[in-house]
Design a protein around this ligand. Structure first.
Ligand code: GLA
Length: 507
């Protein structure tokens, strides 16, 4: 195979490929030569439940190109990359430009740096490194799970993930609960305090999922949160592992639902992640139905939040599985582009929003510091216009006056919580995007977002608002002042990435 040479050491590709084929069948990589082909084992983090994360990297080499698979307890993904002499770079499907690991082949081991310089060593895998096999469990036949009667308006509360990620613990949740009360957030409507991933321990001898050391007594924590007039949410996955690699509910759905109910849990976020290792995307409905049934069997009212990043046409069957909300997008980041991309991605789902079942463009980033206050006002307004769940993702214990004013703007919250439950869609005109939401009392919420780089004057025409009559009263929901329509129109200067947001009444 001319031209297919490993540039520095001269191992001919044919030999490498043959080796790779053998090694791909599970034979350990030998430590001679400079071949990257083979099965490599690497140790990862120690999880908060004491388990050791580990990875298997199955590589094939064809001259300077590498292909393969990276597997762990909770995920498996195709990888590809390059080899040049002893040097290698590997890319995941999530980022074609930035390698997730780069390094050198040294004495038969791969020595590298993962992402941001985190040291990584992979040695030839042995049988002892094999990841546990997960037996396939056929999900049940489809049927309708009865409506749980919850979430007649979009759920409101707080979730730990956006800011605390793996650093959430009992003390943090208690102090957030305290702050939900003292800051006025609870009284503004934010009642769910939701623990996201990394609370999980391991299963006991009877298969009961326990908490890890960060949450010594979940029932006591629920009692505390309830004593504050708040509700407690928790997180799991239909797969064997959560997104952060912790034990999840696969094969234990009914048991976990009972555990959650016994603890006093009021809300479950159920995150697909490693379910993709076991099921196909066309099984999403059946898989989510299984937990929907399990929650209902507990007899406890538990809001059911499906987290599947918009996969599988969820908006069409979410209510069938007892879902109260479902993610329409990838994870939000505290950046303008991400926030806008998420709200725009859920535009096609608009007809499916309504009381009891909501499209979820992900949690709020307001107050996390990487957008301007104008951008956060737009974030809050857009979430209200699209009837999104309002789950604050910031540190409630330490909020600036601006963050408080944005999150607790009662007029904007009223648009989000409007009982009609309609989801606005945008109309584009130059740099402006206009979102219009009809409200239960016949009034209309209208937001005009300036997507452009500088301030511009926006004009709202009453004739575009589908009001039952002419404009009687209009209020700017951010200045809280009444504004006047003249000759059927209202104009205002809108800063870059800002919004003019009105509630317009015709009676
Ligand atoms: C996924 C979800 C996030 C968060 C993390 C936790 O990425 O989409 O919202 O729950 O998992 O691991």
């Amino acid at each position: 195979m001319p031209g297919h040479h490993n540039r520095q050491n001269g191992i001919v590709t044919l030999a490498t490929t043959c080796l790779a084929l053998l090694l791909g069948l599970g034979i350990t990589a030998p430590s001679f030569g400079q071949s990257f082909a083979g099965n490599w084992a690497a140790t990862g983090r120690t999880l908060d439940n004491g388990e050791q994360e580990h990875y298997i990297l199955q590589l094939k080499q064809d001259g300077g190109s590498l292909t393969g698979k990276l597997s762990s307890l909770g995920f498996a993904t195709d990888v590809k990359g390059t080899a040049s002499g002893n040097h290698f770079e590997l890319f995941g499907p999530w980022d074609a430009k930035k390698p997730f690991v780069t390094g050198e082949l040294v004495n038969g081991e791969l020595h590298g740096a993962v992402f941001d310089n985190h040291n990584w060593v992979a040695r030839p895998a042995t049988a002892a490194d094999a990841l546990p096999t997960v037996p396939y469990i056929e999900p049940p036949a489809l049927h309708k799970v009865a409506d749980n009667g919850l979430a007649k308006t979009p759920p409101m509360g707080w979730n730990s993930w956006n800011l605390f990620a793996g650093k959430v613990d009992d003390a943090t949740v208690r102090s957030i609960a305290d702050a939900m009360v003292s800051s006025g957030m609870r009284d503004a409507g934010y009642v769910y305090v939701n623990i996201d991933d990394t609370w999980e321990g391991v299963r006991d001898a009877n298969g009961n999922l326990q908490t890890n050391h960060k949450f010594p007594d979940m029932k006591a924590l629920a009692d505390y949160v309830h004593s504050k007039g708040l509700k407690l949410g928790i997180y799991s996955s239909p797969g064997p592992r959560t997104c952060a690699g912790y034990p999840a509910s696969y094969g234990h759905e009914a048991q976990d639902a009972k555990t959650f109910a016994a603890w006093g849990i009021d809300y479950l976020k159920y995150d697909w992640c490693s379910a993709g290792m076991v099921y196909k995307n066309d099984q999403l409905q059946a898989v989510y139905q299984k937990m929907g049934d399990a929650l209902q069997s507990t007899g406890r009212p538990i809001v059911y939040s499906l987290c599947e990043y918009g996969l599988g046409g969820v908006e069409k069957w979410g209510p069938e599985v007892g879902g109260n909300l479902w993610r329409t997008t990838d994870d939000i980041r505290d950046e303008w582009d991400s926030m806008i991309a998420n709200v725009e991605k859920q535009v096609p789902t608009a007809p499916y929003a309504g009381p009891g079942h909501w499209n979820d463009p992900d949690m709020l980033e307001i107050g996390n510091g990487h957008m301007t206050d104008d951008e956060y006002r737009t974030h809050m307004s857009l979430w209200a216009l699209v009837a999104a769940p309002l789950l604050a993702g910031n540190d409630i214990r330490n909020m600036s006056a601006a963050t408080k004013a944005i999150l607790m703007n009662k007029d904007v919250i009223a648009v989000d919580q409007d009982p009609l439950g309609k989801q606005a869609s945008p109309v584009k005109n130059g740099n402006f995007e206009t979102w219009i939401k009809p409200l239960a009392d016949g009034s209309v919420a209208v937001g005009v977002v300036n997507m452009g780089p500088s301030a511009e004057q926006a004009t709202i025409h009453a004739s575009d608002l589908h009001l039952a009559g002419s404009v009687k009263k209009a209020q700017d929901l951010w200045t809280h002042k009444e504004v006047k329509f003249k000759n059927g129109a209202y104009s205002a200067t809108v800063p870059s990435h800002g919004i003019v947001f009105l509630r317009v009444r015709s009676k």
